[in-house]
Design a protein around this ligand. Structure first.
Ligand code: PEP
Length: 256
């Protein structure tokens, strides 16, 4: 049985005070059943400490985890503007989103960068949430399954099966991110199933059975049920709906 995950990607929204308010609203809604879900909040890096402090004060930090939205693969050095993995860990982060389509599209992040980040996170015992997903152009070309599985294979290049098991994949079709246009459960399942099958081929059936695969792209309370009912979808990576406590709580509770 794979433990479902609901991860919130707050993107470049909320200053530290606004992040504290949202974290507190979520913490106030916590109930014990959340222990059956891996709940992860990924605020802007500068807000992580404040969010973690709210959770720690309320003794939620074992259940509600915090994560980065990006990291550098080097531990320190002359990389102006970057955030290292030890820095994320020092403020309580246990997870990190890697290779989000906005990082790839706006900041030129490559498959090779993603692979280096995955390896560095695993070496630091953090959980990489590795994003993949096709643009509308690639979908319309018909080659989207090949495109997505290649991204996943490149992210995991050189890893042992036991390491791949510790990662999480988030399938996020770019045409569904922030657009309000969600993939249908069948479209999302086709992609997530293909990702699992390609992991089975490369790293073995055990690894494919163990790894969590999330769907992301305009997931919200109104469409979550159909998506997470799918066999190969183990939860969600949530943008817009993660900024509203009510919506995010409903998404976590949909996993129970
Ligand atoms: C995301 O960017 O990871 C995402 C899924 O965004 P949204 O839920 O807003 O589509």
């Amino acid at each position: 049985m794979r433990k479902p995950m609901m991860a919130g990607n707050w993107k470049m929204n909320n200053n530290w005070a606004e992040s504290v308010v949202l974290a507190q609203q979520l913490s106030n809604r916590y109930d014990e059943r959340w222990e059956d879900v891996e709940v992860v909040l990924c605020p802007p890096a500068i807000d992580i400490k404040a969010v973690y402090s709210v959770l720690e004060f309320d003794r939620r930090e074992e259940v509600v985890k915090v994560g980065g939205q990006n990291c550098h693969w080097e531990a320190s050095g002359a990389f102006t503007g970057e955030i290292s993995i030890p820095m994320l860990q020092a403020v309580g982060a246990t997870h990190c989103i890697i290779g989000h389509s906005e990082r790839r599209g706006y900041f030129g992040e490559t498959d090779m960068d993603v692979n280096k980040k995955v390896k560095a996170l695993l070496a630091a015992h953090m959980t990489p949430i590795v994003c993949c997903g096709e643009s509308l152009g690639v979908r319309d070309s018909g080659d989207y399954i090949e495109f997505i599985t290649k991204q996943v294979s490149a992210a995991f290049a050189g890893l042992e099966p036991a390491e791949v098991k510790k990662c999480v994949v988030a399938y996020e079709p770019i045409w569904a991110i922030g657009t309000g246009r969600t993939a249908t459960p069948e479209q999302a399942e086709e992609a997530c199933g293909a990702i699992r099958a390609s992991i089975a081929e490369e790293f073995g059936a055990d690894t494919a059975d163990a790894i969590r695969i999330l769907y992301g792209g305009s997931m919200k309370p109104a469409n979550v049920e159909g998506l997470i009912a799918m066999e190969d979808i183990d939860g969600g990576l949530i943008g817009g709906a993660a900024l509203k406590a009510d919506d995010f709580v409903k998404l976590v509770e949909a996993c129970l």
